[in-house]
Design a binder for this molecule. Structure first.
Ligand code: ZN
Ligand code: ZN
Length: 315
């Protein structure tokens, strides 16, 4: 099983590359420990001296930019190519997604394409069903799918194998090379906004805390809940080989990404919330881009394909 000649599906030397100890330490701090710590700190801070309307507004703007950047940019555009758009919008969406501090585009997309290929089977980087479906196994699996895999994975998806299209894109390469500066901007921008708005250092510091640090922690856990919650709970109106599901509150927090069941049927579809009442703000924004002439070749859902994949299909 552990023999190097028979690697587990999805983890061989072509599909994955080793993660160095130093990088795993960075992942542990930035993706696992720090967000949890910040969320814990935010509770007494909110209780003690509160969070004012200025910080709330800046945090909300940063939240929307981050989540739309991940949903529309990193996920639907760069990973799944659900639509095409001009260079300006591509770069803007990349920068917006970068604000979420979830990694460079190629790393994010490579892991996510591997997730789709092996979803909830051996080789999926983050399936909540990895350890089985008894209560304790599922609890452990959900923790693994939510944040555990960032640290425990000894190998990550190989960009050469999973995202050759992005590797060949000079804008993506430049963005990924400049990624540390993007992360810095994700915290410097809200701090500057708070400082200028209040014309004080205190305003800059409190905006850095709420709209920079706490916002990034919230954005992370909201995004990761697609991997954990929307592969565990919720309904599955469409037939898939995996356990992808629809969870309305995850969909609202992620601006449409929690309508995850249809997404696994047709990953290239620009709309994830395809059924009646499934509000998908990210799809709405892509539609506006299309109407403005900024996005084109948008892959909208095809009614006959929706019907063909429904569990309750007549006949
Ligand atoms: Zn999924
Ligand atoms: Zn996807």
């Amino acid at each position: 099983m552990t023999s190097s000649s028979t690697p587990r599906p999805g983890s061989g030397p072509v599909e994955t590359v080793a993660v160095t100890a130093g990088r795993r330490a960075v992942y542990l701090v930035v993706l696992v420990v720090l967000p949890v710590l910040l969320l814990a700190l935010a509770v007494p801070a909110a209780w003690g001296w509160g969070v004012g309307p200025r910080d709330l507004v800046i945090a909300l703007v940063m939240y929307l930019v981050s989540i739309f950047g991940i949903a529309i940019g990193y996920h639907r555009l760069f990973t799944h190519r659900a639509f095409r758009c001009g260079r300006g919008l591509r770069i803007a969406l990349m920068l917006a997604g970068g604000m979420a501090v979830e990694g460079p585009v190629m790393l994010w997309s490579a892991e996510h394409r591997r997730h789709h290929k092996y979803a909830d089977r051996e080789g999926d980087p983050h399936s909540p069903w990895r350890y089985g479906d008894s209560g304790p196994a599922l609890l452990r699996g959900m923790l693994h799918a939510h944040i555990g895999w960032f640290y425990t994975a000894r190998r990550r998806s190989n960009a050469q194998h999973w995202v050759p299209d992005l590797l060949a894109d000079p804008d993506v390469r430049r963005f990924d090379a400049a990624y540390p500066a993007v992360v810095l901007a994700s915290f410097a921008l809200p701090a500057a906004a708070g400082g200028l708005w209040s014309m004080s250092w205190a305003g800059a510091w409190s905006a850095l805390f709420w709209a920079g640090l706490v916002r990034y922690a919230v954005v992370h856990h909201v995004t990761w809940s697609v991997n954990s919650v929307a592969h565990t709970f919720g309904d599955r109106p469409f037939r898939t080989r995996d356990r992808s599901s629809n969870v309305w509150w995850v969909a609202m927090l992620t601006l449409g990404e929690g309508w995850h069941n249809w997404h696994h049927v047709e990953p290239t579809c620009a709309r994830h919330g395809v059924l009646k009442g499934q509000f998908d703000p990210s799809a709405r924004l892509i539609r506006w881009f299309e109407q403005a002439g900024w996005a084109y070749a948008v892959r909208w859902p095809i009614p006959s394909r929706l019907a063909a994949h429904r569990h309750d299909r007549p006949g």
